[in-house]
Design a protein around this ligand. Structure first.
Ligand SMILES: [Zn+2]
Length: 268
């Protein structure tokens, strides 16, 4: 079994408090060699770094303030996130972006935080992770302005946008990450769009504990199940499951600077 990397999960979530060691063991048994635990607030970013310290071969951290939490961030939270970002176990900045589905923070506050994450990412040379919900045009506009012609070093997480948004994100140099939604039976449209991602720019994730893939839709999601998304995309591209796994793992290692596992958890 070719090792996989779950590039986006929330392992500090309440849903994992009871059984995280089992969840990590399931992941290893499913051939998931590495997981990125993502922060959404200062506190969850700190928790992600603690997990990355506790399980250095299995987990790395991504730190940031998610757009829906931008309004409730306290004075000083951002500076502490920026400090945390330089920690050696932190491989990315985020999740950041814009969200017009929920109304938890005014768009100008979200945009201000988005730009702070982009600046920080560029300053410390670690990629940024974008959350985009019903705000494709706005997210792309912010990124285009920031890029001003240079390629960006970022990831569209849980991509579910249009073919045109995909084209613009690729043009900006972004990597594209798919979560369980691409496996849902009725989501032919997203699979059709996914086919247009170059194989050297595609990533996979669970976004666990949310968004469990088919056939486990509706259950608590966990990193082991990134295998379903990987296999689904292999079929979309018409290549073998191993070939797709190898490619997406290489991509994750490249953009996040993760070293290949010396011995896969479950060699085939
Ligand atoms: Zn997330």
């Amino acid at each position: 079994m070719t090792p996989l990397i779950d590039t986006h999960c929330h392992l500090d979530a309440e849903a994992f408090h009871q059984d995280l060691p089992d969840v990590l063991q399931n992941a290893q048994q499913a051939g998931v060699a590495h997981m990125l635990s993502i922060g959404i607030t200062l506190e969850t970013s700190e928790a992600a770094v603690m997990l990355a310290n506790r399980y250095p071969t299995l987990i790395s951290a991504v730190v940031g303030i998610q757009p829906n939490y931008a309004s409730e961030a306290k004075a000083g939270d951002w500076d502490r996130v920026a400090d945390l970002a330089t920690h050696p176990r932190v491989v990315g900045i985020g999740e950041t972006g814009l969200d017009k589905y929920w109304d938890f923070a005014p768009l100008d506050v979200q945009t201000d935080y988005f730009i702070r994450h982009l600046d920080l990412s560029q300053r410390i040379q670690k990629p940024f992770v974008v959350h985009c919900r019903e705000a494709e045009a706005e997210v792309i506009a912010v990124m285009q302005k920031f890029a001003s012609g240079r390629p960006l070093n970022g990831i569209m997480h849980s991509f579910c946008g249009s073919a045109e948004s995909l084209r613009q994100c690729l043009e900006l140099g972004m990597y594209i990450s798919f979560a369980g939604m691409v496996t849902f039976r009725k989501n032919d449209a997203l699979r059709e769009i996914a086919r247009n991602v170059p194989l050297d720019r595609i990533l996979i994730e669970t976004d666990s504990p949310y968004l469990a893939p088919h056939p486990n839709r509706g259950k608590r999601n966990e990193p082991a199940w990134v295998r379903f998304t990987s296999n689904c995309l292999a079929e979309v591209f018409g290549i073998s499951e191993d070939e797709f796994a190898r490619q997406s793992t290489e991509n994750a290692q490249r953009i996040f600077g993760i070293k290949p596992a010396s011995s896969p958890a479950n060699p085939s």
